[in-house]
Design a binder for this molecule. Structure first.
Ligand code: IPE
Ligand code: IPE
Ligand code: MG
Length: 242
């Protein structure tokens, strides 16, 4: 049964750690890469559903900095899949704009070219923004921000007194988005794996055992339903937030 959700309280920003493709494939007696292929279909379903529900930002952990350490054939299979799955059509059909965050200099030139072309052709779309975290890790991002800030101070363009949480956040690659309201991790592991550490300071965390290729509409609704039952207090007491 489809869990009931309140359309007036949809999380603005949903971040997802899409995990479990390899184990799903193994369970089905297939190569890991098959799990990644079917996982792409989950991305399509969830992106369309999120856009339809009115989610403004959907940030998907697609490839971490640490994932570069996987066997070469898996890395190249993932890059190939990325190249083949980025189609402008689904973005245009659903009025979705496309962005990427991460150390994209590490990506193969052809892949980056394809991604950039999609970013350009969807830039005018006014619906949901779909963000892929690629070659991304939080510690990389925070270190980059600190380095940039140090350079600005060195060049006299920023004063030390001008550094606060708000200004710091403008140096992060997520500076165009609000913090995630809901972070979902599929695949059963209960960890953040270097994802959006700064940004998830006050996000609601939701972990589920379903492997990413099986994570479809009903599971997504369940996550949102669960989110909607929670009381976000941000350090205050219940009486203050009600
Ligand atoms: C998530 O699935 C996709 C990526 C990390 C690229 P995994 O490939 O990590 O699958 P498991 O966790 O090994 O099952
Ligand atoms: C996290 O999954 C990265 C992505 C989903 C892209 P991993 O499978 O790489 O995470 P760990 O290594 O099990 O923590
Ligand atoms: Mg994994």
């Amino acid at each position: 049964m489809m869990p009931e959700i309140d359309l007036d309280y949809i999380p603005n920003h949903v971040a997802i750690i899409m995990d479990g493709n390899g184990r799903w494939a193994k369970q089905h007696g297939k190569e890991r890469s098959y799990g990644h292929q079917v996982g792409v279909e989950s991305v399509r379903v969830i992106a369309e559903e999120a856009a339809r529900l009115g989610v403004k930002f959907l940030t998907l952990y697609t490839f971490s900095t640490e994932n570069w350490n996987r066997p070469e054939e898996e890395v190249s299979a993932l890059m190939g899949l990325l190249m083949d799955s980025i189609e402008d059509e689904i973005f245009l059909k659903n009025n979705i704009s496309f962005r990427i965050i991460g150390d994209t200099t590490k990506l193969p030139a052809k892949v980056l070219e394809r991604l950039n072309s999609c970013i350009e052709s969807t830039a005018g779309n006014t619906g949901m923004c779909l963000v892929l975290a690629l070659s991304y890790s939080s510690r990389w991002e925070i270190t980059e921000a600190a380095t940039q800030i140090a350079k600005m101070v060195e060049q006299g363009k920023l004063s030390v007194d001008g550094i606060n949480e708000q200004t710091f956040a403008t140096y992060l690659s997520t500076n165009f988005m609000p913090d995630p309201d809901l972070l979902i991790r599929t695949g059963g592991e209960v960890r953040l794996s270097n994802y959006l550490l700064w940004q998830c300071a006050y996000s609601e965390l939701y972990f589920c055992d379903i492997f990413w290729p099986d994570f479809r509409k009903e599971a997504f609704y369940e996550a949102i339903h669960n989110y909607q039952k929670r009381e976000r207090r941000f350090g205050k007491i219940s009486e203050q937030v009600n």
